[in-house]
Design a protein around this ligand. Structure first.
Ligand SMILES: NC(=O)c1ccc[n+]([C@@H]2O[C@H](COP(=O)([O-])OP(=O)(O)OC[C@H]3O[C@@H](n4cnc5c(N)ncnc54)[C@H](O)[C@@H]3O)[C@@H](O)[C@H]2O)c1
Length: 142
């Protein structure tokens, strides 16, 4: 039995590095994983690595964490395609000085805030419309 059996996880920045490794590991622990990244080819590859490995369900979508509408769509797609949402791993980010202050803050700080602040609004809008809403709310408050 996996530590994440029955859980649905959304991971941002899942096209490479820590995000990809986490997606594969969480799937191996039983989670269904939505792999999201600005790099669509990369997340498709991550999701394929999971499903071809037979670990668990996985899907991929293009997401720029700076774009609130895309974050909203990512949350909805996770619920629609994988049946709920228990965990968001806000992993997407950039490092180094070359990107500059504004872009770094937008992705590394505002991107996390956008995802976290969208979950409660998303769940409220889904109340009464989806049986998966209580799961999503539990994941948010956990
Ligand atoms: N590797 C380290 O030593 C280290 C140390 C401290 C913090 N971090 C942080 O951990 C996270 C992952 O690091 P990593 O080494 O795996 O980096 P990485 O560059 O391999 O992966 C980051 C991923 O985020 C994606 N991404 C970038 N901007 C995005 C956006 N606007 N929307 C969606 N996706 C976006 C990239 O396409 C990439 O796939 C980053 O936030 C990084 O800053 C890493």
């Amino acid at each position: 039995m996996g530590k994440l059996d029955g859980k649905v996880v959304l991971i941002t920045g899942a096209a490479s590095g820590i995000g990809r490794a986490s997606a594969i590991r969480m799937a191996a622990e039983g989670a269904a994983v939505m792999c999201a990244d600005i790099d669509l080819a990369g997340v498709r590859e991550t999701a394929a690595m999971i499903t071809e490995g037979g670990s668990n369900a996985a899907a991929a979508l293009e997401l720029d964490v700076v774009n609130e509408a895309e974050v909203q769509t990512a949350l909805q797609s996770t619920v629609d395609e994988l049946g709920g949402l228990d965990v968001i791993f806000n992993n997407a980010g950039i490092g180094g000085n070359e990107a500059g202050w504004d872009k770094t803050i937008a992705i590394n700080l505002s991107g996390v805030y956008t995802a976290c602040s969208t979950v409660p609004r998303f769940s409220r809008s889904a109340v009464g419309a989806r049986s998966s809403t209580p799961r999503l709310l539990r994941g948010w408050s956990a």
